[in-house]
Structure formats: C-alpha cells, structure tokens
Design a protein around this ligand. Structure first.
Ligand SMILES: Nc1ncnc2c1ncn2[C@@H]1O[C@H](COP(=O)(O)OP(=O)(O)OP(=O)(O)O)[C@@H](O)[C@H]1O
Ligand SMILES: [Mg+2]
Length: 255
C-alpha cells in the first residue's frame, strides 16, 4: 500500500435532513470527520444525536443531503445506488447491534452471502474465504447451524465473520455489544481489537465507555455534529447554562 498514511475517508460539512410528514429532522448538521487507514475510532453520544445516520452514510447505505464525502480519495456523495452497492460490497463490512443474520440461511451461507454478489469469484475461492473468516472468529465448528441455534455472542461472531469475508477497507460497527452480556461483549471487543492490531480500520459506535477505551481515538457526537472531547464539554456546559436560565425564567414567571 503506497498511501498508508492517507485518509481512508474524509467528510466535509456533511448534512442529512430527513423529511417525514412535513417534519424536518436535521440528523447531521455539518459533520467534519476523517479516518486514517489502520485507525480504530469510537463514536459516543446521546440517543438521537445522529450516530447511526453517520454510520449509514459512511457505509454508503444512505446518501447525505449536502456536503462532501471522499472514500479512498474518491468523491462518493453523489454516486448512484448501483455503484454505491458495488463499492459497499467491496470496501465496507458492517456489524450491527441486532446481528442481522438471515434466519433461514446457515452460518456458512450467511458468511458466504456477500461474496455471491462478487463478479468472477469462483465457488472454490468463496469457500476458502468463508471458512477462513469463520475460523478467524472461532465459529468454524458451527457451519451448519442456523442463527436461532446460536447464542447471542456466537451470532455476533458470525456477523463479524460476514463483515470480514470480503476483506473490506473499513469495518463499521453500530453498538456491536449492545445486545450482549458483559462476557460476550468483551469477547466481541477482544475480536475487534485483534482485527485492529492485524491492520483493520474500524469505526465503532458505542454507549459503553469501557469499550470506547479500546479505540485509539475517541470522538463524540452532539446534536448532529462530530466533536472532540473538549468541545463536547463546552457544548454541554453551554446547554446546561441555557437550561438553567430557562428554569430560572419559568420560576420567575410562575404565580
Ligand atoms: N429514516 C429516518 N427518517 C426520519 N428520521 C430519522 C430517520 N433515521 C433517523 N432519523 C432521525 O434522525 C435523528 C438521528 O437518528 P440516529 O438513529 O442517527 O440517532 P443515534 O445517535 O443512532 O441514536 P441511538 O443512540 O438511539 O441509536 C433522530 O432524531 C431520528 O429520529
Ligand atoms: Mg443508533
């Protein structure tokens, strides 16, 4: 890799507005964000601040309303759905809170699935990659099981194998431990940590400060913006002051 220190992705002034029943929701309001190759970044922030929306746009599942997004140097904010799907399949691996495995496919079939959309990949290569990926997460002994026959921790390990199988440039994880008890949560975090040490680039949303500590760099979201820790404290302080002022005014106005 010649450009190992170049930004893998870069967002400038990204906005996302949802329009529903005449209500406008500004889910992202001017996001500036970048991730270098090989970085492990965590995103933390209150419910509704835009974390999943950001991850969907990072992962090309959704498009921004405005702003610029470059993935590996290529502007991708305006490309069409088919091209988005193609890049996503090659470059991005997703891990979700609810595992999102397909119930009527076996463990093997779930992990193989992303590769079946690749043009020109032989069945033998698919098999080799699928088995290697399942071995990596310690689930190669459950190939014929169905998701419902696995524990939550096992399902998430299979989901990690599915995210890895295409050898993506970027792993995106949205609350990957959110549905797991602490033992399984730690096991999944251990796995992400190993992947990072082996060179994977990871961006993970988490509510749990213990898990955010696995990341090299922690960013925070607040009202649709990505901020560093100092800015977060300042914004929180300003909001507290606003609320205090409102309460004082309400008290003063009360009969
Ligand atoms: N498809 C949609 N249509 C309309 N509004 C949406 C949609 N998706 C998200 N929103 C709104 O955008 C805002 C951000 O949502 P998002 O899911 O990104 O939050 P989040 O930070 O992931 O929250 P949580 O921690 O609860 O998962 C919320 O106000 C939400 O209601
Ligand atoms: Mg979310």
């Amino acid at each position: 890799m010649t450009h190992s220190t170049a930004a893998l992705l870069e967002m400038n002034d990204i906005a996302k507005v949802f329009y529903t029943d005449e209500v406008e929701t500004h889910a992202l309001a001017g996001v500036h964000f970048h991730i270098q190759r090989g970085e492990f970044v965590s995103i933390t922030g209150p419910s509704g601040c835009g974390k999943s929306t950001l991850l969907s746009i990072l992962g090309l599942l959704d498009t921004p309303t405005a702003g610029e997004y470059r993935l590996a140097g290529v502007p991708v904010q305006d490309i069409g759905a088919a091209e988005r799907a193609r890049i996503r399949n090659k470059e991005i691996g997703f891990i979700f809170q609810a595992f999102n495995l397909i119930g009527d496919l076996s463990v093997y079939e779930n992990v193989e699935l992303p590769l079946t959309y690749r043009e020109g990949m032989s069945k033998a290569e698919r098999k080799e990659r699928t088995l290697a990926s399942l071995e990596r997460v310690g689930m190669a002994h459950r190939l014929k099981h169905y998701p419902a026959q696995l524990s939550g921790g096992q399902q998430q390990r299979v989901a990690v194998a599915r995210a890895l199988v295409g050898q993506p440039s970027l792993l995106l994880a949205d609350e990957p431990t959110g549905n797991l008890d602490s033992k399984n949560g730690e096991a999944v975090m251990g796995l992400l940590d190993e992947l990072h040490k082996a060179g994977s680039t990871i961006c993970m949303v988490t509510h749990d400060p213990r898990y955010a500590d696995f990341a090299q760099r922690k960013v925070f979201m607040f009202d649709g913006r990505v901020v560093d820790e100092d800015t977060l404290h300042r914004l929180r302080h300003e909001e507290d002051q606003r609320l205090d002022a409102q309460i004082r005014m309400a008290r003063a106005a009360a009969p």
